[in-house]
Ligand binder design. Structure first.
Ligand code: PRP
Length: 214
């Protein structure tokens, strides 16, 4: 396909976006408007390189990529696992490193060992379900929350949570601990399956350049 077609990137808003913009700048891909924090603009274009970028909520990034509204996405492995979309995961970008864990008060540790019926609060119900049902073979009641998940055990909504742990300070400040580790996480690059076939040269070149700069 000709170089005239715009290659579109969906970037997860927030913590990862700045790192991604920095990484792209290192390989000569700039998009000035995107760094303006006061702007409400959602889509940015680099006319020279024929690239388009948009900032989306993290969980929506795999959706844009699966449907081909974006050719390429950058998002956390947690979101990729939770959304389970048909996309190619092509690169571990190495930043945004953290862990998906089962956390709670120390007193909940026994409930995990003895496979009791427990309540699990999480922003990631699919990851929690897969871990408890398929890996631990433990039947649990999963309660979906949208944030500040650490509140769950404190206010007795749940026995444990499944959540991201980065520095561990949120847990510590709320009297909770990591009880089990599910998997390591980091930012990943994902690609639409059709785009990969239509634009293999352009996309592979980009992946190679990024890999050299990690
Ligand atoms: C994430 C996560 C934990 C916290 C972990 O929350 O859900 O709460 O960061 O980081 P730490 O180990 O460095 O303390 P986020 O800040 O994204 O907000 P949320 O709780 O509203 O989801």
């Amino acid at each position: 396909m000709s170089e005239d077609r715009y290659l579109t990137f969906a970037l997860g808003k927030g913590r990862l976006a700045n790192k991604t913009i920095e990484l792209f700048e290192k390989i000569g891909i700039t998009c000035e408007g995107m760094k303006d924090k006061d702007s409400r603009r959602l889509i940015f274009t680099n006319e020279e390189l024929k690239l388009r970028f948009f900032l989306a909520k993290g969980p929506d990034v795999p959706t844009y990529v699966e449907y081909g509204a974006a050719d390429i996405g950058v998002v956390g492995k947690d979101t990729i696992m939770e959304e389970n979309r048909r996309v190619y995961e092509v690169l571990d970008l190495g930043y945004g490193r953290c862990r998906m864990c089962v956390c709670g008060p120390r007193s909940s540790e026994d409930l995990l060992k003895h496979h009791e019926m427990i309540r699990v609060a999480s922003k990631y119900p699919n990851i929690a379900k897969d871990y408890f049902y398929n890996k631990k073979h433990q039947t649990v009641d999963i309660i979906k929350l949208n944030g500040s998940v650490e509140l769950g055990p404190i206010v007795k909504l749940a026995d444990v949570i499944v959540d991201i742990v980065e520095t561990g300070s949120t847990l510590k400040e709320n009297g909770l601990e990591v009880l089990e580790e599910i998997c390591p996480l980091s930012a990943r690059m994902i690609v639409n399956q059709v785009s990969m076939q239509m634009e293999p040269v352009r996309i592979r070149k980009l992946i190679q350049e990024i890999r050299k700069n990690l």
